[in-house]
Design a protein around this ligand. Structure first.
Ligand SMILES: C[S@@+](CC[C@H](N)C(=O)[O-])C[C@H]1O[C@@H](n2cnc3c(N)ncnc32)[C@H](O)[C@@H]1O
Length: 412
């Protein structure tokens, strides 16, 4: 085992030889020296601890825990960074605990195998160019990030190269080479980022060649993936979650769904496609690019009864408290980012009249807080089901699905 300070206190018996040569120096996959079954047990314990104040013990015990089918090669998107910090130009992951240092990575074992070939072609080209990688300390340099996405359906790669502003002639030979020499490269973009902040989000996005988007298919539902769209990173676990949601849908005649934080509309469209009782879907999401993709996804799947609204949910609710109620939802799907729901959402959510709430959370702490807030405002909602899904082996993260049902009180 490499000489590294472990990020945990696992006893020797639970530890395994880490497979990745970068383990310990790379900032990701901190738990890969713990046997996967033990990683899952630890996540299970954390789930129970975090929710024990808000969920009755018997419901916690009944929660369905779903480990990831794939322990390796499960991520369909990776953001790699260029760095000049070590002298030679490197392309890979940030060193543990460092903003400056990047470890040169040949193959990241949680990402699809073809990513290694694309990275190596891009790294070699950038190194031969004689142009520096961007340094946020010096505020100069050119090469910044390489974001790679993978479609399992197409067995294809989308590459987004992010640089500071520069001549197209510098990058064109690289793009031509990628499209010509690596058959699985299906889509190429160049992103230009002139900001100082070191995030892989460009100010300008140029489609260079190949297809404009990848397509991922989940149980017959076709979903477009553009370079900056949100898309769940572990496809087989996402499929599992969507299937569970569809099977747990109430068998009503006509169910109107409001899908909040809908991204590219994946959940609402999946449910509309697979559950005959769904009569209408309204997706709400603040990112206009995601909403444009949601609209295209609706058309590609021949779903007529769906519409998508581009708005910041809490700002919209500040202006119009009745925004949710006006849709008369039978079910509200919540899939917020890590901070969870904004405090402006709780009141209108419980006042919406929705009989069901499906809350999918990527942060157990914010889920626990949000459930407390919901229960503090309404005693009518009860938990019907909890599913826990490990989307991210070797990391501390997991997804939790909580299904709430509103009790119809006898008014007599
Ligand atoms: C976890 S993703 C959910 C995506 C989608 N449900 C799916 O399954 O693909 C969270 C989404 O919420 C959006 N978002 C974040 N804050 C928001 C806000 N305040 N109002 C509206 N949308 C927001 C993000 O742009 C992102 O697409």
């Amino acid at each position: 085992m490499p000489e590294v300070t472990p990020h945990h206190n696992a006893p020797e018996a639970e530890r395994v030889e880490p497979r990745c040569p970068y383990f310990g120096s790379c900032g990701g996959c901190r738990f890969q020296d713990i046997a996967y079954a033990e990683q899952v047990a630890r996540k299970h314990r954390r789930f129970t601890e975090q929710l024990s104040d808000v969920v009755p013990a018997e419901l916690l015990e009944e929660a369905i825990f779903c480990p990831s089918k794939a322990e390796w090669r499960y991520r369909n998107k990776m953001e790699f960074s260029f760095s000049p910090a070590t002298g030679e130009l490197a392309l890979g992951m940030h060193k543990s605990g460092s903003y400056w240092n990047v470890i040169d990575v040949e193959d990241c074992l949680i990402s699809p195998e073809p990513f290694g070939e694309v990275m190596s072609a891009v790294r070699d080209f950038a190194a031969r160019s004689g142009i520096d990688a961007y340094s946020s300390k010096k505020k100069s340099g050119f090469w910044r990030h390489l974001t790679l996405r993978w479609s399992e359906t197409q067995a294809g790669v989308m590459a987004l190269l992010i640089t500071t502003p520069g001549e197209r002639g510098v990058v064109d030979p690289l793009f031509e080479g990628l499209l010509r020499d690596i058959p699985c490269v299906r889509s190429l973009y160049w992103g230009i980022n002139s900001k100082i902040s070191d995030v892989a989000i460009p100010d300008e996005l140029i489609h260079i060649g190949g297809e404009e988007f990848l397509i991922e298919e989940i149980d017959g539902v076709k979903l477009r993936v553009y370079p900056l769209n949100f898309f769940q990173p572990n496809l087989s676990q996402t499929r599992r979650i969507y299937r569970d949601m569809a099977s747990l849908l109430p068998r009503t005649e006509s169910l109107r769904i409001v899908d909040l934080y809908c991204g590219t509309g994946a959940i609402g469209l999946y449910l509309a496609f697979h559950a005959p009782g769904v009569s209408d879907v309204i997706g709400v999401e603040q990112d206009e690019g995601n909403i444009a993709s949601a609209q295209a996804n609706k058309e590609a799947n021949g779903i007529t009864e769906a519409r998508f609204v581009a708005t910041n949910i809490e700002n919209r609710l500040k202006e119009d408290m009745m925004f949710l109620r006006r849709f008369s939802p039978g079910l509200i799907v919540l899939d917020p980012p890590r901070p969870g729901l904004h405090k402006k959402v709780y009141g209108p959510l419980v006042e919406s009249g929705a009989r069901y709430i499906f809350y999918l959370s990527c942060n157990i702490k914010s889920l626990s807080f949000d459930l407390q807030q919901i229960f503090a405002r309404s005693r009518d909602y009860e938990i019907r089901h909890i599913g826990v899904y490990d989307m991210f082996p070797h990391t501390p993260h997991f997804e939790t699905l909580v299904i709430l049902e509103k009790q119809v009180r006898d008014s007599s």
